[in-house]
Structure formats: structure tokens, C-alpha cells
Design a protein around this ligand. Structure first.
Ligand code: GRF
Length: 310
């Protein structure tokens, strides 16, 4: 049961409207781009402004530079203008993106463009953050093994003895053990993750709340799985058996899994996917945990794949 869509695919068509068709086409195009870039409307406005200002600056700079060496706009001017503009455009757009706070978006955007132009296959590099046994991490690793478009490039953990580290070693995936202070009060390892060219982050049993710096650097590119039907039984302290015990104590007749985007609060971001299972009279927290884990392993890798292909 898909309860949430990956992004809003808002339709702007209004059969009663007399407005010219092109305005609704523009709205549709904006909604499409917003969905594709996975950004909020305010950020979309800033990105759009960066494109517009960067483009104008580039055109001005290009013609200004050529006027320094050429007296008239003859054919030589136009032959030089096109490659000059092509070179100046990324520089101008990146420059404008800094004061508008969109540097990271454009850095990734230009990198993706460059990969496409240079003909290199586009590989989405995924980091899995996990602190526990890593059964979800393992099903995700196995799911993407052999897929050329997705690479599980890194396992990040805060526990030196976590089972997930052995799983990573068995699959020859690099691991990081992160430090609490650097993570929560420093840069959230954003620079290091960027240096590793990580595109997407999957939380699979990672218990620390993520710092804003990390969430802002990966907008709608961090997902988590929770072993209950959020918004019920989520929040601080609601993990592992605590969740299943609470569900049972409340006399629930069903529970399940929730896959959601991650924001600054525990188990709070927009829901992407939920699936339910029944609770029988004889169920215990342990048997519920097994049912829920089966759902997690069945759906989490598939949902991640769907998100990465969107
Ligand atoms: C899972 O139950 C998941 O829902 C929660 O943490 C648990 C991780 O289990 N976020 P494992 O380490 O993947 O087995």
C-alpha cells in the first residue's frame, strides 16, 4: 500500500479557467522540475533565480570580454561567443548560487551534467547509516549487488562493535565509525560525505537524530524505516522492542512499517510508504518484531530503488 507519493505531482489544469494555455504549461513545467529536483517551493524560487541571474551574468561577461578584443560583432565574434559562454556559464551559476544559498544544489547539478556529457555511466552512490545488527542493510546491499546504476558505497555507524560492520566487511564496502561530537555539533560529516560523492542516504537502524547541516545538504535524499505505523509509536526512545512492546500494550490489532523522509525530528518526515500486518491474540513483542522485520526486508530495498529511479 503506497500511502505517500515520492513528491507532489500537482496538476494545475482548470477546465473553467480562461487563462492562456501557456501559463498552465509553465506551472506544470515548474511543478515537474520541483518534483524532479526534490526541493521545496522557496528553494525552487532560489534555484530559478540562480539560473536566471547566472545566465544574464554569463551573457554580459561573455560579450564584455569579446568586445575587449573585437571591434564588431562579425562571424569571428559568434564563433568565439558560443564556447566562451559554455565555459563561463557554470562559473557564473556557481558564483551566483553562493549568496543565494544554493551552492550544493548547483555543485551536484553540474556534476551530474558533466557525467552525462563525458559519457560516464551515472552511478548513484548510497551511504547506509546503521548502528545495529544490520539485517536491513544486508538486504539492501544484496538487492543492489550487480546493479550498475546504484552502488552501496559506504556504511556509516556510531558503534564500533555493530554487526553491520561485519556485513560491510563481507561485502567489501568501506565503513566509517563516526564521532558523536563531530556529527551533532560539527558539520554532520557533510564535507566528508560530499568528498565521497554520496548522493543518497539510507538510515537502517541508526539511532542518532540527524543534524540540520546534513539534512540541508541532502534535501529529500535521506530516508528512514520505522518498525510501526507512524505517526503512532514514533519519537525519541521508540526503537527496537520498545516499539513492539508499546504497540502490544496499547492493544493494537495491527502494526507495520513506515518508510519516510528524514527531517530534524525523530520519525517525523513525510511518509513515503507504509505496509501493515495483523497482530494475533497470541503475539508477543518478539513475534511482532519478526513479522515487522519480514515486511522491512521485503519492501525497504524496493522502495529505495523506486525513489532512486524517480
Ligand atoms: C529496524 O527494525 C528498523 O525499522 C529500525 O531499526 C531496525 C534495524 O534493524 N529503524 P537491523 O539492524 O536492520 O536488523
Amino acid at each position: 500500500m503506497l500511502v505517500g507519493r515520492m513528491a507532489l505531482g500537482g496538476s494545475f489544469s482548470n477546465p473553467l479557467s480562461n487563462k492562456p494555455a501557456f501559463s498552465s504549461d509553465f506551472c506544470r513545467m515548474f511543478a515537474y522540475l520541483k518534483k524532479k529536483w526534490k526541493v521545496s517551493w522557496p528553494q525552487f524560487a532560489l534555484i530559478f533565480s540562480t539560473f536566471a541571474l547566472g545566465g544574464s551574468l554569463c551573457a554580459k561577461l561573455g560579450s564584455g570580454l569579446l568586445q575587449l578584443i573585437l571591434d564588431e560583432q562579425n562571424w569571428v565574434y559568434w564563433i568565439l561567443y558560443v564556447p566562451l559562454i559554455t565555459l563561463l556559464w557554470p562559473i557564473c551559476v556557481l558564483g551566483i548560487s553562493i549568496p543565494l544559498g544554493q551552492f550544493r544544489f548547483f555543485q551536484n547539478y553540474l556534476l551530474r551534467m558533466w557525467k552525462r556529457i563525458s559519457g560516464k555511466p551515472v552511478v548513484t552512490r548510497v551511504a547506509i547509516f546503521a548502528s545495529g545488527t544490520g539485517s536491513n542493510a544486508e538486504t539492501i546491499i544484496r538487492h543492489f549487488k550487480g546493479q550498475k546504476a546504484v552502488e552501496i558505497a559506504l556504511i556509516v555507524s556510531n558503534k564500533p562493535g555493530a554487526g553491520v560492520l561485519q556485513i560491510a566487511a563481507a561485502h567489501h564496502i568501506p565503513t566509517w565509525i563516526i564521532d558523536r561530537n563531530t556529527f551533532l555539533n560539527g558539520n554532520g560529516y557533510v564535507d566528508e560525505l560530499m568528498a565521497e560523492k554520496i548522493d543518497f542516504i539510507v538510515l537502517a537502524g541508526f539511532l542518532w537524530k540527524l543534524p540540520s547541516a546534513l539534512i540541508e545538504a541532502f534535501p529529500r535524499k535521506i530516508v528512514n524505516i520505522h518498525p510501526a505505523l507512524l505517526p503512532k509509536y514514533g519519537g525519541k526512545g521508540m526503537y527496537g522492542m520498545h516499539v513492539h512492546k508499546a504497540v502490544l500494550a496499547a492493544g493494537e490489532r495491527e502494526t507495520g512499517i513506515s518508510i519516510h523522509y528524514v527531517d530534524e525530528h525523530y520519525d517525523h518526515g513525510a511518509t513515503i510508504f507504509q505496509e501493515k500486518c495483523e497482530i494475533a491474540a497470541e503475539d508477543t513483542p518478539e513475534t511482532i518484531s519478526k513479522k515487522v522485520q519480514q515486511l522491512e526486508h521485503k519492501h525497504y530495498p524496493a522502495v529505495i530503488e523506486k525513489l532512486l529511479k524517480a
